[in-house]
Design a protein. Structure first.
Ligand code: FES
Length: 239
């Protein structure tokens, strides 16, 4: 027996157990996301994938599809709430796009554009967080970390290393590195690790390669993220 639900008025099939995100992606429909990556278990932390279900808004990456469910992925109220979440992410970190080497290839920036965010809204926190340039091949700018835990999950679940973890709670939550000094250069992190290539912002960046592609030729200059998809399929272009 086939199962179906409705996404923006379009009837789509789903497999029981699938999340809204999984069913939408299987049908080729884009739902904005940052902490979601189909290679890893859902995390549900960024809240950018909000969709409307009845009178509620839920995260598409952690909510299972139910028979006959009607999902709103495109209304202005859904987009406005996503925009508010993104405005907060931008305010909470140091996301100065024109000065960032990931600009044009950045999922955070591209999703913000997709939702119609064109300027900051909340006063920025300008948190004082370090840049770790101790590794020969990669830097970490902690001011750009959005705590999506993709590097944590990739290092643990794919690389088998557990280089990264989140420490602290609430506003004090921050990314930490498992090494004697706490620096990336003292860890077993390597450029070939999956964890080096999953960051949806400019927090984890390769050295010696900044601004390689001119404006107009960068990944999300060419098409919006809803058409291009996430960085997973384009790592060779951005790393
Ligand atoms: Fe669903 Fe981050 S993509 S909460």
């Amino acid at each position: 027996m086939s199962h179906s639900f409705t996404l923006d008025g379009q009837e789509l099939a789903f497999v029981p157990g699938q999340t809204i995100m999984e069913a939408a992606q299987a049908a080729g429909v884009y739902i904005p996301h940052l902490c979601h990556n189909p290679d890893y278990a859902p995390h549900g932390s960024c809240r950018v994938c909000l969709v409307g279900v009845g009178r509620r808004q839920v995260s598409a990456c952690t909510t299972r599809v139910m028979e006959g469910m009607e999902v709103d992925n495109a209304s202005e109220s859904v987009q406005a709430n996503r925009r508010a979440v993104l405005q907060m992410l931008f305010a909470e970190g140091n996301h100065i796009c024109p000065a960032c080497e990931r600009s044009g290839n950045c999922q955070l920036q591209a999703v913000a554009y997709y939702t119609g965010m064109l300027a900051p809204h909340y006063p920025p926190f300008f948190p004082r967080r370090p840049v770790d340039a101790s590794h020969p091949d990669f830097i970490i700018d902690f001011g750009r970390c959005i705590l999506c835990e993709l590097c944590v999950r990739a290092s643990r679940d794919h690389d088998g290393k557990r280089v990264f973890a989140i420490s602290g709670r609430g506003l004090a939550s921050h990314l930490v590195i498992d090494s004697p000094s706490g620096l990336l250069g003292d860890s077993c992190f390597a450029a070939a690790d999956r964890a080096a290539h999953v960051c949806p912002t400019g927090a984890i960046l390769p050295k010696h390669k900044g601004f390689e592609r001119p404006i107009g030729e960068r990944l999300y200059d060419r098409e919006p993220i809803s058409k291009v998809g996430d960085l997973r399929a384009h790592e060779d272009e951005v790393d």
